[in-house]
Design a protein around this ligand. Sequence first.
Ligand SMILES: *[C@@H]1O[C@H](CO)[C@@H](O)[C@H](O)[C@H]1NC(C)=O
Ligand SMILES: *[C@@H]1O[C@H](CO)[C@@H](O)[C@H](O)[C@H]1NC(C)=O
Ligand SMILES: [Zn+2]
Length: 413
Amino acid sequence: MSTQHSNGEQAPLLRRGPTANKEQPPVHRSVRAIIYGVLTVIFVVGLIVVSVFWEEVGGIVGEFPKDPEQAARRLLKIAPIIDGHIDLPLVAREEYANNASWLDLEKEVNGHVDIPRLKKGQVGGFFWSAYVACPTDEATFELALTSQQIKTAIGRGRIASLLGIEGGHQLGNSIAVLRQLYLLGVRYVTLTHVCHNAFADSNGVQPGIIPRWNGLSSLGVSLIHEMNRIGMLVDLSHTSDETARQALKLTQAPVIWSHSSSRAVHDVPRNVPDDILAMIGTDAPGKVDAVVMVNFNPPFVANPGNATVQTVADHIDHIAEIAGKNHVGLGSDYDGIAETPKGLEDVSKYPALIAELFRRGWTRFELAGLTGRNLLRVMDGAERVAQELQDLGTEPSYDIYDKRKDVGTRIDL
Ligand SMILES: *[C@@H]1O[C@H](CO)[C@@H](O)[C@H](O)[C@H]1NC(C)=O
Ligand SMILES: *[C@@H]1O[C@H](CO)[C@@H](O)[C@H](O)[C@H]1NC(C)=O
Ligand SMILES: [Zn+2]
């Protein structure tokens, strides 16, 4: 409505105003003023509501075509389909090798769904269903994320499958990546591979590697706290001796050597020296629960040509002698080594090693520890420590590697 018109409507009211004042007591005047005020507010609010929602309701009200086909088109134009379940990802997986370039949705796709047909069908949205077939009873492998899940998988006759990351360099210098890897199911991180990284020094390949941090960097200290807090096992294989000593002093949770043997038995940097083995245990204050999982790689086991079931057993015996039989396990490095010991050529040969240790007087209980229960105890321990730290409200570590260029320094605004 025009301003002029509204003035014209209001003018008589204003002119009659004084007369009305004489006829009516003041209380009536104020009641009227309130009613007019409320009506005005309702009118204005109504205008706003209608203008906001007109777009949506506008198409639905009014005349619709009599022909149902045309009516459907008209309806979908204003109320397009939102489908709850479309298995397009399955088609990508089964018909197009999961290759997003090959599955060209602009063209005609093998199946029910592509962009031309989505437009033709007036689809406004849909859930892309992520699906793979239910596991059958014949499944061999089963993902395990906890010590309990390992036991459950084994109880079902499956092979429990766990994930470990070998080398802190794979965290890209970022403690945040550690948390992401945990969420993806990773349950140990080897602090270093053969190179130093932002967190810790490696023991390299040959003796005499020059240290960079003399053990852990300050970021490495934060990393271990964070690993303890989230329940990621600290793996000390490949680390420098000083890294291992510092990590053992620092960690609140049990640790592992995922694939290392004894340096006293065969002197290479990759093996664990006796003074560090002596820090392992649960029988004295200051010792740390751990499991040293013996590596079968012939160059770590014996002089050339002398790696056998017996020499591998020598490593196991020695670690058991210094650290205790509860602190030794198996970490063969199969598929990661160029040769194998005589009698331990592949994963079918573990029984030969267990037989050798029976011959050496190990009891069945001790051997059950070696084959797996020592690792389960250590995992249990790490899970418990993580739970305790989280129950205490321990803060995550947000420490940033000081050489990173991609993270801005804080600016106080
Ligand atoms: C994925 O599909 C594209 C397009 O067909 C093809 O060029 C490419 O080689 C495929 N990649 C793989 C890994 O198969
Ligand atoms: C290999 O082991 C045998 C038997 O223990 C020993 O006599 C021989 O000296 C060893 N060879 C090397 C190169 O260590
Ligand atoms: Zn390795």
